[in-house]
Design a protein around this ligand. Sequence first.
Ligand code: C2E
Ligand code: MG
Ligand code: MG
Ligand code: MG
Length: 288
Amino acid sequence: AAKSAGRNRFHYFTRELGVAAQQRLQQEQALKTALLNQEIYVEYQPKIDFSSDQLVGVEALVRWRRQGQVVSPAQFIPVAEESGQIIEIGRHVLRTACRDARRVLVGPLHAVPVAVNVSIRQLTDPSFVGDLQSALAESGLPGHALEIEVTESVLMQNMEAAAEVLGKIKALGVRIAIDDFGTGYSSLAYLASLPVDVLKIDKFFVDAYATHPKNMAVITAIIDLAQHLQLEVIAEGVETRTQADFLLAHGCRCMQGYYFSRPLSLPALQDYAERLNPELLTPDRQAA
Ligand code: C2E
Ligand code: MG
Ligand code: MG
Ligand code: MG
């Protein structure tokens, strides 16, 4: 009797759980084997200096090919974050990005940094700084050729914990960017105290400046803020020439978006990088 009551309760529960929650549960199950089955991989989106047309960085973006379909990170990162699987997935992305960058983005004289996105759960995990150190040591990538992107909202949620970890990351020479900047209501006093190198202007403002004059003021204010704090600034989600011209005219030279390139596979990135920055080629490949 107890058993059948349990089963009934289960049926009742799954019905109540709803379709969305069931999909989430199935996704969590599928994620467990995704790493083993090599379904998780990384693409790289170029960051361009629009005033010189040079490659100034790339952003590593995780992908999951699940039964032939690519699942968006916007969909599975929150699931992985809640289940804790983000730690293992994040470690894989970090190691892959460092290894790939060492191969195609480090030249004899200079390196183009690779940026890796890090969620709050990763940033505050006790293993994070050690993972960072191992990924660098294992790949031979210099610390200054790696950048960590943390969203503004995440930093603001956990100010003290975040500040402590950022200090340790910085001590490895790794660069720190605040992602989706402008959407998270930063305390400016707090921002000035963090060891941050780059502000990334959120796509929202890049899209909306033309339609709402107040958004234009937000973009120019962020660019000015970055200059005054001596931070680099980059705009994300640039899709048109008009947007790129506007940003450059207001002092933001670095940009990322479909106008320049979609996220690329490693071989496609290598071609792209060699075209824009031939100095990255090692002498033997320059001769070839
Ligand atoms: P994000 O870090 O702000 O990354 C930018 C997102 O905008 C990427 O979406 C990129 O493909 C997309 N994008 C770039 N240029 C354009 C453009 O011109 N137009 C439009 N419409 N979109 C553009 P993606 O790859 O789907 O990633 C979404 C978010 O998932 C990322 O936002 C980031 O927060 C998270 N994410 C991606 N990879 C990782 C990862 O390895 N670890 C963690 N923790 N989060 C990740
Ligand atoms: Mg990012
Ligand atoms: Mg972003
Ligand atoms: Mg964004």
